[in-house]
Design a binder for this molecule. Structure first.
Ligand code: KG4
Length: 340
């Protein structure tokens, strides 16, 4: 008999539902919330309200596209955390109600582990190479920058993480003060393709072990920005490609320096990248270059699985379901949730 999992993701500003049948993705519907653009960042209350409006049609569309009826589902997997509490509650409550009404198990998923699980998704048209355990995954998003040792589908250890800002957060903040809009990551990426990555130097952190820090980059960028603008009010407009390329190069260097150290220390061959920032062209290229230079087998997700999506939640939920790792109906959502 087939195992069919409905995945629900609502941790931040994307409402998403996906259906996975025996490890193969049949649908992945994402409703992105445009309402936040005007505010230059996600407004939690507005996010919760939009999830509330989107969740039923999104699940409906995911089931229809997968050509699956709710009675065929084996379990409902949902993001339990980390994330915005009001946003999480919409997905968690929906998942509970839906699973209870169908009399099927509920499976809770840690959103961060979900990002790692994106590397195991197959589609009907494409069976990708999957990383072999143990592997290292660099998880870089708007809220997290972590180096994770992945021992199995569920057993993961955080080797290092940011002590302040996340990589995506630093890029978004730099883009915001440059007046580039929100989210800044994709805009910086586009501009950087036309700029000189060596044009400007920004601070690089000196933190212990495999940890990261991005607040120094942000501060040194702001310091430079003030100097530039004092000298020439149009400086940013006239040099935005070079500035973007230099910011991106600094972030990529910081990320890859620590990752190289961890991969060497743990003698790992398979190295993956996940999370929203893994859509970045400079970071993807750095992975390919490291693969060639150091003989790593690199795993770069397809673009659709970089930012938040329910496919990765359904995938992680699929393995938990096979392990019999169900969750109780009274399980609360967690705004903070670590990998352990
Ligand atoms: O994983 P994600 O969708 O969710 C959150 O953690 O919220 O990551 C979003 C982050 C944002 O900081 C966004 O600017 C960044 O991923 N991002 C990018 C690119 N696409 C998205 N950063 C750099 N280059 C990109 N192409």
């Amino acid at each position: 008999m087939s195992t069919i999992i409905l995945g629900i993701e609502s941790s931040c500003d994307d409402t998403s539902a996906a259906v996975i049948k025996d490890g193969v993705l049949l649908s992945n519907i994402i409703a992105s919330q445009k309402v936040h653009e005007a505010y230059g960042g996600v407004v939690p209350e507005l996010a919760s309200r939009a999830h509330q409006q989107n969740i039923v049609p999104v699940v409906d569309a995911a089931l229809k596209q997968a050509n699956v009826e709710s009675k065929d589902l084996s379990a409902v997997a949902f993001t339990r955390g980390p994330g915005l509490m009001g946003s999480l509650l919409v997905g968690v409550s929906f998942a509970k109600g839906f699973a209870r009404s169908l009399g099927i198990p509920l499976v809770d998923v840690n959103h961060l582990k979900g990002h790692v699980s994106a590397h195991f998704i197959d589609t009907p048209d494409e069976k990708r190479m999957h990383p072999q355990f143990p592997f290292i995954c660099l998880l870089v998003s708007g809220g997290n920058s972590q180096i994770i040792l992945v021992k199995s589908h569920d057993e993961m250890e955080v080797l290092g993480q940011t002590i302040d800002d996340a990589a995506g957060e630093a890029i978004d903040k730099c883009a915001k003060v440059m007046g580039l809009g929100y989210p800044g990551g994709p805009i910086i990426d586009k501009l950087a393709r036309k700029g000189n990555p060596k044009a400007y130097q920004f601070a690089k952190p000196r933190v212990a072990n495999f940890d990261y820090s991005f607040s120094g980059l942000k501060t040194s960028f702001l310091y430079n920005l003030r100097k530039w603008v004092e000298e020439d009010a149009n400086f940013v407009e006239n040099h935005k490609e070079d500035i973007a390329a230099s910011i991106e190069a600094t972030v990529v260097d910081i990320l890859m320096d620590k990752l190289r150290k961890a991969v060497k220390e743990y003698n790992i061959k398979d190295v993956a990248v996940a999370g929203g920032v893994s859509a970045n062209s400079g970071l993807r290229q750095a992975f390919l270059d490291h693969g060639k230079r150091f003989g790593w087998n690199v795993y770069i997700p397809s673009f659709g699985f970089t930012t938040d999506n329910a496919a990765m939640i359904a995938m992680a939920g699929y393995y938990r379901f096979l392990d019999g790792d169900y969750c109780d109906i009274d399980a609360p959502a967690f705004a903070r949730m670590v990998i352990k």
